[in-house]
Design a protein around this ligand. Structure first.
Ligand SMILES: [Zn+2]
Ligand SMILES: [Zn+2]
Length: 699
């Protein structure tokens, strides 16, 4: 099947998946501009991706080199580091004897005896006293009878095995580093098919597992095997299929980045990181970069490189900008070879790493280089993403923005955590441990309840799937519904133009609402939605429902007039404020209640289009006086609950004492206090300075 056909099929599947996502996201209340959808395989996105490659080529930023690359023998493809994971797998540590020329043997422990034909050196730690005498000597590779150097290097772990290790092409990343640093031979024994090649001698044609068994059996027969110990160790596998990965050497395209670490650190510093601790992770990644960015993948599906190679001299022939997107497998090059003039060419069959395109999200959104390019669009405002792809998505996007535009890609980064299952494991479909499969959970919990749970942890921290937290969400949604329904009954005749006589508790709840709006807004300014929720929730449950509603009830039930109007006005304002603070998380219930109660006063089409509560300076006097007055309410409640009395039962008097100034501030609350406490009277007594308000029920 030609790649263009395959891409067409993929686009069809993508369309279906898109519909599924759209349905789910809509049900979950995501606010998306569905006109801005794109896929990385759309023709115009492929064009921008190839344009990026051509631009980097013009700037001398890309080069091609033979390099070891991670390879999945099962899927027969190169894979990116980001697609691998470590799994604990059982294996055997084989103790193998390497003969020394001139007599004697040295023991080497390995889990990969099938790599003996790929062995190019033996390494020891220079500080390991046991092997000092091997300085400058060589060893013979058993069964294959080749002589290799014994080299001292501090990276050898003296406490593992015998303290001697073999270096092969390639067992792991240390082997790759050693090969490069010590100029060791390349002995590639594993082929792309995952089978042993001609350099493996008698193992040729076998899989790695077959070759391992054969080598162990032959070593045993020749008396070169001292023994084996079963172990369980972490093996780097392909996440998708679980196959242990190999390294192959293959020509790859790279973007040169190692020479611009300082620039990248500077770009990272120009971005505002939320929470700031994740900038450290970015900095460490940049500081410890050891490789340029390998962008080629030996795969069928992906964005092709826009180039061919001259069949005569091997020079790359680049596609013209006007032919993008181009698939060199299906189109001829625009010109003969610029170096030798030959018109014979070979298409590049590799495709680009998916990050090579995903790193262009700002440029894609800006339609970079397209006819409808959006001017002044970059840098964008915000990149929301999780913490596990800082070194890929965030890093590569910063690289591309720096190289193409000499700028940062966005001004703010908002880094979230992961959803964990109750055993605190990252939930992933391939592992089948999805306790919180969103669609299944939507059958049992409302979208608002799920959103409440998802926003329950601080930005950047993981959130554990918890029925308990979902239950708290349900409780809040129910309480919100009941509170607004109760208020609605008393707001039916609410007319903001009615003259009102606000009482101190009215001023207090309005000041409390202003204070909570400030704190919640400060949280939101740092993208801390959980802070906003916590502030709003505390205010709602405690100040508004437990206290103000109880205090204002008497006036709300009374006949029309300025006293009732004042309670209506304060209640309306406090509820409308907290509803808007809840709105980003509890999207559905707040919208429903807004439409029912607030829209006719506010006029905005939706609560999600209403202005955010303005974070005004709260009236500090009203706030502190009201907080002090609540001591009286609490004393009455405590008294009644200790005596097992109903909250509606009456008491004869409450004695309130405090320093003169504070007492003077609380006295105006007297009527409302007596009302809510059902107290016959309140007795005011001055006490010494330095104390707060005290209240005591007297029989
Ligand atoms: Zn695989
Ligand atoms: Zn040529």
């Amino acid at each position: 099947m030609p790649r263009s056909e395959f891409v067409k099929k993929c686009l069809e599947v993508t369309k279906q998946a898109e519909a599924g996502f759209r349905d789910l996201w809509t049900r979950l209340g995501f606010s998306c501009d569905w006109d801005e959808m794109y896929t990385t395989i759309d023709p115009w996105v492929r064009r921008i991706s190839q344009r990026s490659f051509l631009d980097l080529h013009r700037r001398g930023r890309v080069y091609r080199r033979e390099m070891p690359t991670l390879w999945c023998p099962e899927c027969v493809t190169a894979v990116a580091q980001a697609e691998t994971e470590d799994r604990d797998l059982p294996s055997t540590f084989h103790d193998i004897e390497f003969p020394l020329p001139g007599g004697g043997v040295i023991p080497i422990a390995t889990t990969r005896p099938e790599l003996l034909p790929a062995c190019v050196a033996v390494f020891r730690n220079p500080s390991d006293g046991r092997w000092m005498h091997l300085e400058g000597r060589t060893a013979r590779v058993p069964l294959f009878d080749r002589e290799v150097r014994i080299i001292a290097d501090g990276r050898v772990a003296s406490d593992k095995g015998s303290g001697l290790v073999m270096c092969c092409t390639f067992g792991d990343t240390t082997d790759i580093a050693w090969q490069e640093e010590y100029g060791l031979d390349l002995r590639i024994v594993l082929e792309k098919s995952g089978r042993m090649g001609p350099l493996a001698g008698f193992l040729e044609g076998m899989t790695a597992a077959e070759a391992r068994a054969e080598v162990v059996s032959r070593l045993g027969a020749s008396g070169l095997l001292r023994g084996g110990r079963p172990i369980t160790h972490a093996v780097n596998v392909h996440e998708r299929c679980g196959t242990p990965l190999e390294y192959l050497v293959y020509p790859q395209w790279f973007i040169r980045i190692l020479d611009m670490k300082a620039d990248l650190l500077e770009r990272g510093a120009q971005v505002r990181w939320h929470p700031p601790m994740f900038k450290v992770r970015f900095d460490h990644w940049v500081e410890n970069l050891k490789w340029d960015w390998c962008i080629s993948r030996q795969r069928y599906y992906g964005v092709p490189f826009p180039l061919w190679y001259c069949a005569a001299c091997g020079e790359p022939i680049l596609a013209g900008e006007d032919s993008l997107p181009v698939d060199p497998l299906e189109s001829p090059p625009p010109t003969p070879c610029g170096a030798c003039g030959s018109s014979e060419s070979v298409p590049e069959s590799d495709v680009m790493d998916t990050w090579a395109t995903s790193s262009l999200t700002p440029q894609i959104n800006a339609r970079w280089g397209e006819r409808d390019e959006r001017q002044g669009f970059l840098p964008m405002g915000l990149r929301p993403q999780a913490h596990d792809i800082i070194r890929t998505w965030a890093f590569y996007t910063i690289v591309k923005a720096h190289l193409h535009g000499g700028d940062i890609p966005w001004r703010d980064m908002m880094i979230s955590g992961h959803a964990l299952n109750p055993s605190r494991e990252k939930m992933s479909k391939s592992r089948g441990n999805v306790a919180g499969d969103p669609l299944a959970a939507l059958e049992r919990y409302s979208a608002d309840e799920l959103r409440y749970w998802a926003c329950s942890s601080r930005l950047g921290t993981d959130v554990v799937f918890s029925e308990e937290v979902l239950g708290l969400g349900r409780r809040l949604v129910t309480k919100l519904w009941n509170a607004v329904r109760f208020a609605a009954a008393h707001l039916e005749d609410y007319d903001p133009s009615t003259p009102a006589e606000p009482r101190p508790f009215d001023r207090w709840i309005v000041a409390r609402a202003a204070a909570v709006a400030r704190a919640a807004t400060a949280g939101m300014d740092e993208y801390e939605y959980s802070v906003c929720m916590r502030e709003a929730e505390t205010f709602f449950w405690s100040a508004l429902c437990d206290n103000y509603l109880e205090i204002a009830k008497a006036r709300l039930y009374s006949g029309p007039g300025p006293r009732r109007a004042a309670a209506q006005s304060a209640l309306y304002s406090a509820l409308y404020t907290v509803l808007r603070l809840f709105a980003p998380v509890l999207v559905h219930i707040t919208e429903e209640l807004y439409q029912e109660v607030f829209r006719r006063f506010e006029g905005h089409e939706s609560i999600h289009l209403a202005p955010w509560p303005s974070p005004q300076e709260p009236d500090a006097d009203a706030l502190s006086a009201g907080d002090a007055a609540l001591v009286v309410v609490e004393a009455a409640r405590r008294y009644k609950s200790e005596k097992g009395l109903s909250m509606a039962s009456t008491i004869s008097a409450i004695r309130v004492s405090g320093p003169a100034a504070l007492l003077g501030a609380v006295r105006p609350f007297g009527e409302d206090l007596a009302g809510v406490a059902r107290a016959g009277r309140i007795e005011w007594t001055e006490s010494g300075d330095g104390e707060g308000i005290r209240a005591e029920v007297s029989e």
